[in-house]
Design a protein around this ligand. Structure first.
Ligand code: FES
Length: 354
């Protein structure tokens, strides 16, 4: 069950003009709760003028060894988003010693370290979870290899440049690093330009044996992740080997309510071992109904991106506005995103504990 705890800020490191890395100290009694897999994220929350806002940020520090203690500290990368209430605060106001309200780790964009070849295509701040994945994998699995293909606008705007260079120095044989800058000529290597589907379809087979990659990690803006997924499908990669995490999806327009939606419906939800049944107000998502009655319901982005509000649909049917978080296997198994779900039957039952 996701919980929030106040964690002190131990360091604020400026990465680029528009991004910082925040290091948070985890006290000994909470280390087990903050044990995380490489690739997971943390939701941070803050109240502004009486309104609670939450944002998720990926953990960039390596995951703790399963046989040892939970992490002593956690590091997250924050990039300034235009009009972003939390990111502007993180960049301009957070200081060492401040306490932040931090949710326990969540997310399924993760890698269970195992021998083999892995690869990632990342854009912009999409490097953040992949940095943790690469560092954890290469440290734990001496025979594993990783091909990291990253794109950014310019070298100056590239997050974690030094950290990635350090990994390359530490594992020169096992980490293949390819950087593509869209707005800057590079001294050596690849020509500049965007990493789109067409380019990746030509580039990937030239870089690595695509068919031997055990897991692909695609992370960044929606367009890049979609383009990479299409390129991999064209190259014959099985969908089950692809993991995706999308950052920055525009709010967009939600589809109009389905004509078959019932006039009145109720949602029954089980959360942290306790259940309740409540009427769903017109137009609201199931998460909103549950939150009015159970403020401890888990959520972070409310935009169908982070997956924190995942619940098992025990009974009834729902319509999801959008889903950028759940894998096909999860939706087929019966999981939904509560923040995107609207009832299609008079009775809907969700289980947040499954
Ligand atoms: S709260 Fe992020 S997907 Fe629902």
């Amino acid at each position: 069950m996701a919980r929030f705890h106040p964690l002190p800020v131990a360091a604020v490191d400026r990465l680029t003009d528009d991004s910082v890395a925040l290091t948070l100290t985890v006290p000994p009694e909470l280390r087990e709760e903050y044990r995380h897999a490489p690739g997971q994220h943390l939701a941070l929350r803050r109240r502004i003028d009486g309104t609670e806002i939450r944002r998720t940020y990926s953990i960039c520090s390596p995951a703790p060894d399963p046989a040892g203690e939970g992490p002593e500290s956690l590091r997250v990368g924050v990039r300034l988003v235009e009009g972003g209430a939390f990111s502007a605060y993180a960049l301009k106001e957070i200081n060492i010693g401040d306490e932040l309200d931090v949710m326990t780790p969540a997310g399924r964009f993760t890698l269970e370290p195992a021998p083999g070849l892995y690869a990632a295509v990342v854009g912009g701040s999409g490097i953040t979870p992949v940095l943790s994945i690469v560092a954890t994998l290469l440290a734990r699995e001496p025979s594993a290899r990783f091909c990291l293909i990253r794109s950014d606008r310019t070298a100056a705007s590239t997050m974690f440049l030094e950290e990635v260079a350090d990994l390359k120095d530490r594992y020169p044989e096992r980490l293949q690093l390819v950087t593509v800058l869209s707005r800057e000529e590079q001294q050596a290597g690849l020509p500049s330009g965007r990493l789109d589907r067409e380019r990746l379809t030509g580039l990937l087979p030239a870089l690595l044996p695509v068919e031997r990659v055990a897991g692909w990690f695609l992370c960044g803006p929606y367009g890049l992740v979609q383009g990479a997924e299409r390129a991999l499908r064209e190259l014959g990669v099985d969908r089950a080997r692809m993991h995706q995490e999308i950052f920055h999806v525009d709010a967009g327009s939600a589809p109009a309510a389905s004509a078959s939606a019932p006039a009145h419906s109720t949602v029954t939800a089980r959360l942290d071992g306790r259940g309740g049944t409540w009427p769903v107000r017109e137009g609201e998502s199931l998460l909103e109904t549950v939150l009015r009655n159970r403020p401890d319901a888990p959520y972070a982005c409310k935009g169908g991106v982070c997956g924190t509000c995942r619940a098992f649909l025990v009974a009834g049917e729902v319509r999801m506005d959008r889903n950028f978080a759940l894998e096909t296997e999860e939706t087929e198994a019966g999981y939904v995103l509560a923040c995107q779900s609207h009832p299609l039957t008079e009775r809907v039952e969700l289980d947040f504990d499954r």
